[in-house]
Design a binder for this molecule. Structure first.
Ligand SMILES: CC(C)(COP(=O)(O)OP(=O)(O)OC[C@H]1O[C@@H](n2cnc3c(N)ncnc32)[C@H](O)[C@@H]1OP(=O)(O)O)[C@@H](O)C(=O)NCCC(=O)NCCS
Length: 201
């Protein structure tokens, strides 16, 4: 079941097999931009062949454990937002990861996409928790969670294999009861509370 979520000129929609070529072009064309933040395989080489990659993500979508979105600006694919580790029952949570091409950076596209998808996970899928994990060095991505008011919950040491090494990650979350007004609404209406982030003083 394919679907899309949109606000203004930003749309996230479920990835199709025929997106593989465009995604591969964007990923291969932006190696310097993406490499420092990209998950790598601890046991071997990384593959940029997006067809098997998209096929694997769509299998997770069919199994209900993930949702692979492309991010579009003005109907053009400019990045990816992947929902992974969807758990139901007494955990009811999911993790969001994302990237956009440098040509569209700084226009609030990612926070809009993250807000749209978080609201979908809370309100349509009735998940209780949405998590985002970010390397401490990734200032741009830290701004995304700060804008939307994701709470800092701690640091996971050597948590994800990124750019060839096990890297520490800051962990951020929102839970359903703290965001009844909607993640997108709260941000658009400038009602995100100022939060304490331990690395800021
Ligand atoms: C992190 C990322 C997704 C943010 O996306 P975005 O759509 O640009 O998000 P925003 O527009 O909210 O910008 C966030 C911050 O990026 C920085 N930024 C703005 N324009 C930029 C540019 N041209 N180049 C680099 N950074 C820029 C600013 O610090 C901005 O914060 P500000 O709005 O307070 O100035 C994007 O930078 C990216 O894809 N980076 C590479 C991959 C990555 O880091 N993925 C996330 C892994 S956790």
């Amino acid at each position: 079941m394919s679907f899309a979520l949109a606000h203004a000129n930003v749309r996230v929609r479920v990835t199709r097999m025929k997106d593989a070529k465009a995604l591969e072009r964007l990923i291969l064309g932006n190696r310097e931009w993406l490499r420092p933040w990209e998950a790598t395989n601890p046991h071997g080489a990384n593959s940029f062949d997006m067809r098997p990659n998209v096929r694997a993500m769509l299998r997770q979508f069919d199994a209900g454990t993930g949702i692979p979105f492309v991010i579009e600006m003005d109907d053009v694919v400019v990045g990816q937002l992947n929902v992974a580790n969807i758990l139901h029952g007494s955990v009811s949570s999911a993790t969001i990861g994302y990237w956009v091409v440098p040509q569209v950076a700084g226009r609030g596209i990612t926070p809009t996409a993250v807000a749209l998808v978080s609201d979908y996970l809370f309100n349509q899928m009735d998940l209780h928790r949405v998590e985002i994990e970010i390397r401490p060095e990734n200032q741009a991505s830290l701004r995304v969670v700060e804008k939307l008011g994701f709470r800092y919950e701690g640091t996971k040491l050597r948590h994800i294999h990124i750019n060839g090494e096990w890297r520490d990650h800051f962990s951020f979350a929102l839970t359903q009861e703290e965001i009844r007004e909607g993640v997108l609404n709260r941000w658009l209406q400038n009602r995100v509370p100022p939060l304490e982030y331990p690395w800021k003083n």
